[in-house]
Design a protein around this ligand. Structure first.
Ligand SMILES: [Mn+2]
Length: 485
C-alpha cells in the first residue's frame, strides 16, 4: 500500500476543483501555508474574481475529463463544488487518472457521502462550516504523520479478527501498546474484532495490578486462538518468535517495536521500528497524537506507565520523544489509578528471589553475577538485576536461574563500553532466545529433553558453568577469578 505523498517527495501540490465559498476558504488556507496549488471553476465570472485576487484560476468544468487530465500530477485533489453530480464525476476521474493521489470530496448530505466513498474518495467532508478546516487537517495529517494514517488505512480494510500478540511474560510497555493498538483498530474499523494474546505469565506484581485495575481482557496465545485470527500484530517485539510465543514462520501483518534485534525478513503490511525510543508506548502515543485522538484515562494511564517502566522512570534509554509523549499523556492520565498500579504489594516469592539474589552474588571488576536457583516467577529476575545494579562499584549485573522449561538470565548494564544485548545474543543466540538493548538484556535457553529432570537446581549447577564461561569470554573476564563478595 503506497502512500500517495511519497511518489514525488519535495514537490507537494494540490488541485482544487470548484472555487465557491468552501473552495475559496481552502485556497486561502493553502496560500497561507505556502503550498503549491492549481484551482479551477466552471463559472467565468468566478474565475475572473479569483484572478483579481491573485489566484491563477483556470476556467475548466470538472466534468471535462480531458482538460483535467492535461493538468498533470497532484498529491491531493479536492472536489468541492456545490453540485454532488459534478463532484462525483470528478472523484471517478481522479481515481482513474491519478490513482495514487489523495482524493477529498464535498458531500451535501450523508447519502452523497456514501456515493463518493464508494466512488473512491479517500475523505468526504460536510457540512460547509467545517469543510475548510477538516480538509486542511486531513492534508496536514497526510503530510506529517504518514505512519499513523497508513496504519489506520490498513486497519480500515480488514475484516475478521486481529490478534495482537504481546510478548512472553508481557510487561507494562507491551500491555499498554496492545491496549492502544486495540483502541486504534476500534476507531479505524469498529467491525474488526480484536483479541489481545499473550503467553508465559503476567509476573511482577505491578503488571498484574495493571491488568486487574484496568480490567483488561487478555487471552492465552494457543494454536486454537491463533487460528481464529485473520491478522496478527506484534507490539514491543520485532518479529514472530522474538520474545513471543509465535513460531518464527508465522505470517505477521503489523510490527511496532523499539528493540533493535536483527529483524527477520518480513512481508508485514505495516512495520514501524524505532530503536531510539525508550518505550514502544511512546510510538503508539505519537499515533494517538497525530490522529487527534483524546485517549481515555485508562489508556493514557497505561501508556504513561509503559513509558515510565521501560525507561525506568525516565532514567534509561530515554529519548526526547519519550518525555514529550509522557507530558502529553499526563494531561489525560488518572493519577490515582497510576498510584494503585505502581505500588502494589510484593509476593513472597519475589521477595525471596530478591533476597536470594543479594545473598548469592559474586563480583569481579564491576561485574556481578547471581544464581537464584529454581524460580516459578521469572519476572523477579530483571527486578533482582535492576536492584543489584545499584550496588556500589557494579556496572553490570547478571542474574540467572532455572524454570521448568529453560535456563533464564537477565542482565542490566550501565558500562557504556559494553552492549549487553549484543553480548547476550552472541553468546546464547545460537542455543536459545537472547538479546535486548545495550543496558538491559535477557536470555532464555530451553531445557528441551532435560526439562524431565526433577531436581532443576542440580541440573542448573551441572550446565551453568560452560554457559557462564562463554559469557565471561565474550565480555573479557577471566572466569576463575569471579569471587563471592
Ligand atoms: Mn518495550
Amino acid at each position: 500500500m503506497q502512500e500517495a505523498v511519497s511518489q514525488e517527495a519535495g514537490s507537494f501540490s494540490c488541485l482544487v476543483c470548484g472555487c465557491g465559498s468552501v473552495g475559496f476558504l481552502i485556497l486561502e488556507r493553502l496560500r497561507r501555508e505556502h503550498i503549491t496549488f492549481t484551482c479551477l471553476d466552471n463559472d467565468p465570472a468566478r474565475v475572473k474574481e479569483l484572478r483579481e485576487q491573485n489566484y491563477e484560476a483556470l476556467c475548466i468544468d470538472i466534468i471535462d475529463k480531458e482538460r483535467l487530465s492535461g493538468l498533470g500530477w497532484f498529491n491531493v485533489v479536492f472536489f468541492v463544488s456545490d453540485s454532488h453530480e459534478v463532484n462525483l464525476s470528478g472523484v471517478l476521474w481522479a481515481r482513474k487518472a491519478l490513482p495514487s493521489a489523495h482524493v477529498i470530496a464535498r458531500a451535501n448530505d450523508p447519502i452523497n457521502k456514501v456515493d463518493l466513498l464508494e466512488a473512491g474518495a479517500d475523505f468526504v467532508i460536510y457540512p460547509q462550516e467545517i469543510i475548510a478546516n477538516t480538509a486542511y487537517s486531513s492534508l496536514e495529517q497526510l503530510r506529517c504523520s504518514g505512519n499513523s494514517s497508513k496504519l489506520i488505512h490498513i486497519l480500515e480494510q480488514w475484516t475478521g479478527t486481529l490478534g495482537i500478540v504481546l510478548h512472553t511474560n508481557p510487561d507494562p510497555d507491551g500491555i499498554s501498546c496492545g491496549l492502544a493498538l486495540a483502541e486504534l483498530a476500534h476507531i479505524a474499523n469498529p467491525d474488526l474484532h480484536v483479541q489481545l494474546l499473550y503467553d508465559g505469565v503476567i509476573g511482577y506484581q505491578e503488571n498484574r495490578a495493571l491488568v486487574n485495575i484496568l480490567e483488561l481482557k487478555l487471552e492465552r496465545l494457543t494454536p486454537k486462538s491463533l487460528t481464529q485470527c485473520e491478522y496478527i500484530a506484534l507490539v514491543d517485539s520485532g518479529g514472530p518468535g522474538i520474545n513471543n510465543g509465535l513460531s518464527r514462520d508465522t505470517p505477521v501483518h503489523i510490527i511496532i517495536d523499539h528493540h533493535n534485534e536483527q529483524q527477520i525478513s518480513q512481508n508485514a503490511a505495516f512495520i514501524d521500528i524505532r530503536p531510539r525510543y525508550g518505550a514502544c508506548a511512546s510510538i503508539l502515543t505519537e499515533y494517538i497524537k497525530a490522529l487527534n485522538i483524546t485517549p481515555d484515562p485508562k489508556l493514557a494511564t497505561a501508556l504513561l506507565y509503559g513509558i515510565r517502566t521501560d525507561t525506568k522512570d525516565f532514567h534509561r534509554n530515554l529519548s526526547p520523544n519519550d518525555l514529550m509523549n509522557a507530558a502529553f499523556l499526563l494531561q489525560y492520565a488518572d493519577a490515582e489509578l497510576l498510584e494503585k498500579i505502581m505500588f502494589p504489594q510484593y509476593s513472597y516469592e519475589t521477595m525471596d528471589i530478591l533476597g536470594h539474589a543479594i545473598l548469592h552474588r559474586k563480583t569481579r571488576s564491576g561485574y556481578l553475577f547471581s544464581n537464584v536457583g529454581y524460580v516459578r516467577n521469572r519476572d523477579a529476575l530483571p527486578q533482582a538485576a535492576d536492584m543489584l545494579l545499584s550496588l556500589e562499584g557494579i556496572s553490570t549485573a547478571i542474574v540467572y536461574g532455572i524454570t521448568d522449561e529453560a535456563i533464564i538470565m537477565s542482565g542490566r548494564n550501565r558500562d557504556v563500553r559494553l552492549n549487553l544485548g549484543t553480548v547476550m545474543s552472541e553468546t546464547f543466540g545460537a542455543i536459545g532466545d537472547a538479546g535486548g538493548h545495550a543496558t538491559m538484556a535477557a536470555a532464555s535457553i530451553p531445557l528441551s529433553i532435560f526439562s524431565l529432570v526433577r531436581d532443576k537446581e542440580v541440573l542448573l549447577d551441572l550446565v551453568i558453568e560452560p554457559l557462564l564461561q562463554n559469557l565471561y569470554r565474550q565480555i573479557g573476564l577471566l572466569e576463575e577469578n569471579v569471587e563471592q563478595k
